[in-house]
Design a protein around this ligand. Structure first.
Ligand code: HEC
Length: 112
């Protein structure tokens, strides 16, 4: 009787490499505050309540950034406001994606 030997090649693939995209660096409200002070504060005021002189000059009601109405927006919406503008607010130019994320994180810290 012939004996055949069957060799089973077992290839074990160990999938140790995650296919998930690398997580973006966590947004920093502290770095966002620096951006806010440089780029937003003149119009929106130190606490986000709005600079009355700017509101008067632009003839617009500025919603406090900490108000429920503004805070109800998603992070993506807030970023869109910053990068494309809204109503009488012109887009804020020259911000990196990280700057925008950070400033949104800072806006969240203004929540009343
Ligand atoms: C030149 C003045 C000016 C600057 C600078 C400015 N804003 Fe505004 N912003 C406005 C005005 C005016 C409005 C109200 C627009 C309207 O309702 O027509 C507004 C509205 C907003 C709103 C509310 C949007 C909404 O839909 O109610 C957010 C959020 C906001 N600004 C964030 C920012 C951030 C963050 C920065 C800095 C990166 C910034 N703004 C810089 C003038 C400015």
């Amino acid at each position: 009787m012939k004996r055949s030997l069957v060799f089973l090649a077992c290839n074990v693939f160990i999938c140790g490499v995650s296919i998930a995209p690398a997580p973006a660096a966590a947004a920093s409200a502290k770095d966002g505050e620096t951006v806010y002070n440089a780029r937003c504060k003149n119009c929106h005021g130190a606490d986000g309540s709005g600079n009355p002189a700017i509101a008067k000059m632009m003839n617009v009601t500025m919603k406090p950034l900490g108000s429920a109405e503004v805070q109800a927006k998603s992070d993506a919406d807030l970023k869109r406001v910053i990068t494309t503008g809204v109503g009488k607010m012109r887009p804020v130019s020259g911000l990196s994606a990280a700057d925008a994320d950070n400033v949104v994180a800072y806006l969240r810290s203004l929540k009343k």
